[in-house]
Design a protein around this ligand. Structure first.
Ligand SMILES: Nc1ccn([C@@H]2O[C@H](COP(=O)(O)O)[C@@H](O)[C@H]2O)c(=O)n1
Ligand SMILES: C[C@@]1(CO)OP(=O)(O)OP(=O)(O)OC[C@H]1O
Length: 167
């Protein structure tokens, strides 16, 4: 039973999804890790799709809106921002309401670059920012078999799901 609202359970679930188009550049930020690539992304912040999807999952679990509400693209303070700061901010928001992330699972969707070799570092960064165990954070990747915008190499996407438990 949820003490603040008996009609709600003591666990919550959230999901998030984000896309960024590729642009000029020589690296991507994904899961808080710098990944060398022949393209960059077009974004207001550092354009980290994995962390943006995770933030939306965390916010969604408590019906707190979305990343654009908390970090408006019109606000110059977020220009070039490190998306790890967004994750830490969302984590503090949850903690303020008595919740923490129980586990999170992220899927990065792109034809290139290969995400697998960087996944351990991404998991470590996310676990550190959420202050949870490494085995509570999963980062996976898939291509779209050359179909659609990701398959044509036009951009990168990520989806995330997270479970919240009482802190
Ligand atoms: N950007 C990516 C895409 C895929 N992987 C890894 O390759 C495996 C096979 O991908 P398919 O899309 O052909 O199923 C996938 O399971 C990942 O392990 C990757 O590292 N980076
Ligand atoms: C992260 C923010 C920050 O201004 O901008 P972008 O980096 O463009 O990323 P997006 O996924 O479009 O989310 C909106 C904004 O909150």
């Amino acid at each position: 039973m949820n003490p603040s609202n008996p009609s709600l359970p003591n666990i919550r679930i959230g999901q998030g999804f984000d896309v960024h188009a590729f642009g000029d550049g020589d690296h991507l930020m994904v899961g808080g890790v710098r990944v060398p690539h022949e393209r960059g992304v077009l974004a207001h912040s550092d354009g980290d799709v994995a962390l943006h999807a995770l933030c939306d999952a965390m916010l969604g679990a408590l019906a707190l809106g979305d990343i654009g509400r908390h970090f408006p693209p019109s606000d110059p303070q977020w220009e070039g921002a490190d998306s790890r700061a967004f994750v830490r901010h969302c984590s503090r928001l949850l903690a303020g309401q008595g919740w923490r992330v129980g586990n999170a699972d992220i899927t990065v969707i792109c034809e290139k670059p290969k995400i697998g070799p960087h996944a351990p570092a991404m998991r470590a960064a996310i676990a550190e920012d959420l202050d949870i165990a490494l085995d509570a954070v999963s980062v996976k990747a898939t291509t779209t078999e050359r179909l659609g915008f990701a398959g044509r190499g036009e951009g990168i996407a990520a989806q995330a799901v997270c479970l919240l438990v009482r802190a």
